[in-house]
Design a protein around this ligand. Structure first.
Ligand SMILES: [Zn+2]
Length: 204
């Protein structure tokens, strides 16, 4: 067992002290080792314990993937966070949840959200840039539990699922964050300039 690693609590690379699991009655008496396979590490920086069984970290739970884009709507963001929590044990489940995130994002963009394929087609008709369409289709296809053997197999590929988190953030950035930022700048243009633009484009 390594004497130093990135602490699963505070994230810092810190010296770790190791101890065995033991059992002691509340009253008094000696402590009995309970299992060689159960070990504790304690971070010298944050002083928190981590629990290991057969050299596998069981506490705290590892959260995978990047944090969700702050502009992701709350209900979709909750699914994104759940996908991060299960990524380690079930990349396939995480991918399915990310597909759901995209579906909720479509509802947020005033699409029906029933058939993701149709929603993406509607976005393409609205002028969706090709890279974002491709990102949406990757999440749609890979997040679909019906992906056949021999194609992308998420049971063995945590990296693919991890990439999907990045894609969902890129999609959110392109569809919510950027338009919002540009609209704010646009609305801050002088009224006369905005009027001139509307006149030019026949909107007034
Ligand atoms: Zn720590």
């Amino acid at each position: 067992m390594a004497d130093g690693f990135n602490c699963p609590h505070c994230g810092a690379f810190a010296e770790q002290r190791w101890g065995a699991a033991a059992w002691r009655t509340v009253v008094s008496g000696p402590a009995f080792p309970i299992a060689e396979s159960h070990r504790f590490s304690r971070c010298t920086r944050c002083e928190k314990f981590a629990v290991w069984i057969d050299a596998r970290l069981v506490h705290p739970r590892i959260v995978g993937g990047p944090a969700p884009n702050a502009d992701l709507p709350a209900d979709a963001s909750a699914d994104f966070e759940e996908a991060r929590r299960i990524l380690e044990d079930s990349p396939r489940g995480a991918a399915a949840l990310l597909r759901l995130v995209i579906q909720k994002l479509c509802v947020h963009l005033e699409l029906p959200g029933k058939d993701l394929n149709k929603d993406i087609a509607a976005l393409v008709a609205r002028g969706l840039p090709a890279p974002i369409q491709q990102a949406l289709d990757i999440v749609r296809v890979v997040g679909n539990n019906a992906v056949h053997p021999g194609q992308i197999d998420l049971r063995d590929d945590k990296a693919t699922a991890t990439t999907m988190f990045e894609l969902v953030n890129a999609i959110t950035n392109a569809m919510i964050t950027q338009p919002k930022a540009i609209k704010e700048l646009y609305d801050s243009l002088p009224k006369t300039a905005l009027q001139a633009i509307d006149d030019r484009d026949g909107r007034s």
